[in-house]
Design a protein around this ligand. Structure first.
Ligand code: ASP
Ligand code: MG
Length: 443
């Protein structure tokens, strides 16, 4: 059995959906298939906007949106569209949108695309939303976590019978439901996560994430035009790459695949024959490259908590990280300098002000900390690869190449897994750093 997940770009128009349907039929010649679909391209963003507009009482915007969505989903379940209309005008009447109703609004993107795709695929296809398919989650609206045991049991209970009857289940990605039946969403890009959850529950041989790229490249082709494709990478390498936000794979999507050792294939829907990246397969032993890939994370701020009084005072680091976590901010990279007694944290630039305020509130008055310095306009460079593990001299080559390119390194971190080295540079030097490292370590 194989799970095929299609991203919104592969579903955007009827023509694109035909291409996706061809791939489903081709795979089905060999084995049973479960399809997982995203919302049509741009739909989640649009639903987000119209939800906000509805709550602000903008009925004109709601009407305009409903017309557009009706047109794009011609052939889908129109009863659902009527339901969405009720919800939106309900929001307009109440004048507010809560995290819970926001999830309900967002769920319509996939709940409308699944019946549409199923109808076009043919009579053997059967649409399921996440609730009907048995994706049971907690109540963390907007970023819900599946209850793994229940979900595994329920998905298998609900999808096995149609599969055994020769049907093709077409399941909404991204959407789940609480144990009480309220719709939840798994976070942006969550359809990948749905696909691997279903793959794990049904013991799939492979999960395919189908979109408009031919796999994961060793560097962003916009920066390194001839960057090679990574044919096979380990789960651990993929985890590092996904952590840095490369490739837009949902950060948690690999968890079920790793637990059940199910390979995940990144495929181009229109050109499945062009080659793909297989995550989970072992690296080819003849691969001579030290590093697998070089990644750039832009729009980063570096926040440094400075203060000599931190030296030898256990618990300061814990407080720093706890404060950031309590503010709901994700840390991209950590580095601690011994001599200056500072802790530097890289995070998304848009969260820097909030992080600074939280840390000032929690720490500065304690007197342990001298001050908090924020450097905006930074980028993180991450070099990832199994080949670096236990290979002496990698760090020297990395920083040698960067130095020769005249790039100043602001902070450095290496995970103890030795699978990645990451460092911070000023944003203006990010692209040249990627090119220098690709040339030195990958090409
Ligand atoms: N439709 C959701 C999003 O755009 C989930 C997904 O596409 O995976 O984030
Ligand atoms: Mg999308």
């Amino acid at each position: 059995m194989r799970v095929l997940k299609f991203g919104g770009s592969s579903l955007a128009t009827q023509e694109k959906r035909r291409t996706a349907e061809e791939l489903v039929r081709a795979c089905r010649r060999d084995e049973a298939v479960v399809v997982v679909v995203s919302a049509l391209d741009g739909m989640t963003e649009l639903l987000e906007e119209v939800g906000t507009a509805a709550a602000a009482g903008d009925r004109t915007c709601v009407h305009r949106f409903l017309a557009e969505i009706r047109e794009r989903h011609e052939g889908s379940d129109m009863a659902l569209l009527a339901e969405l209309e009720h919800v939106l005008f309900g929001l307009a009447a109440i004048g507010e949108i809560t995290p819970r109703t926001r999830d309900l609004v967002l769920s319509f993107g996939e709940r409308l695309s699944a019946p549409l795709f199923a109808a076009e695929l043919g009579p053997e296809a059967q649409a399921f939303d996440g609730k009907q398919a048995g994706i049971v989650t907690d109540e963390r609206w907007g970023e819900a976590s599946p209850l793994r045991e229940v979900t595994r049991f329920e998905v298998s209970r609900r999808l096995r019978p149609p599969l055994d009857a020769g049907r093709i289940p077409v399941v909404t990605g991204f959407v789940g439901a609480t144990q009480h039946g309220a719709y939840t969403t798994l976070g942006r890009g969550g359809s990948d996560f749905t696909a691997t959850l279903i793959g794990a529950a049904l013991g799939a041989a492979e999960v395919w994430l189908c979109s408009d790229v031919d796999g994961i490249k060793a560097a962003n082709p916009k920066i390194v035009p001839d960057a090679r494709r990574l044919d096979t990478i380990s789960f651990l390498e993929a985890l590092e790459i996904v952590q840095f936000g490369a490739k837009g794979i949902h950060p948690r999507a690999l968890e079920p695949a790793i637990e059940h050792n199910i390979p995940v294939r990144i495929v181009n829907t229109a050109h499945p024959d062009r080659g793909a990246t297989v995550i989970g397969a072992r690296r080819a032993s003849d691969d001579a490259h030290v590093a697998g890939s070089v990644h750039l994370v832009e729009d980063v701020a570096l926040l440094t908590v400075a203060g000599a009084a931190m030296v030898g005072r256990p618990g300061t680091a814990a407080r720093v990280f706890q404060t950031i976590a309590d503010a709901g901010i994700n840390i991209l990279m950590i580095s601690q300098s011994v001599s200056e007694a500072g802790i530097s944290i890289a995070l998304r630039r848009r969260q820097a002000d909030r992080a600074r305020a939280a840390l000032e509130g929690a720490l500065v008055r304690t007197g342990y900390v001298r001050g908090i310095i924020v450097e905006e306009d930074m980028s993180i460079i991450a070099i990832v690869g199994e080949g670096m593990r236990g290979t002496p001299g990698v760090a020297a080559r990395v920083f040698g190449a960067v130095a020769r390119a005249g790039i100043n390194v602001v902070a450095i971190a290496q995970g103890s897994s030795e699978l990645s080295i990451s460092f911070v540079v000023s944003a203006s030097q990010g692209h040249s750093a990627v090119r220098a490292l690709y040339a030195e370590l990958v090409s």
